[in-house]
Design a protein around this ligand. Sequence first.
Ligand SMILES: [Zn+2]
Length: 56
Amino acid sequence: MTYTCEDCGFIFFREGEVTECPSCEKNRIRIAAEEEIRRLQTFLEQGKPALRDKEQ
Ligand SMILES: [Zn+2]
């Protein structure tokens, strides 16, 4: 499942259930939209582990 953090915009993939963001450790996680999943896949193909959508 691909998730996105509504707090910091982090997009990441996890096999199991996730309750907090691995980046900012807040719990405003939701399932990523299709467009976000595509963007994450592009990022992973470049050898990067995850995508941060917004600047901090
Ligand atoms: Zn976050």
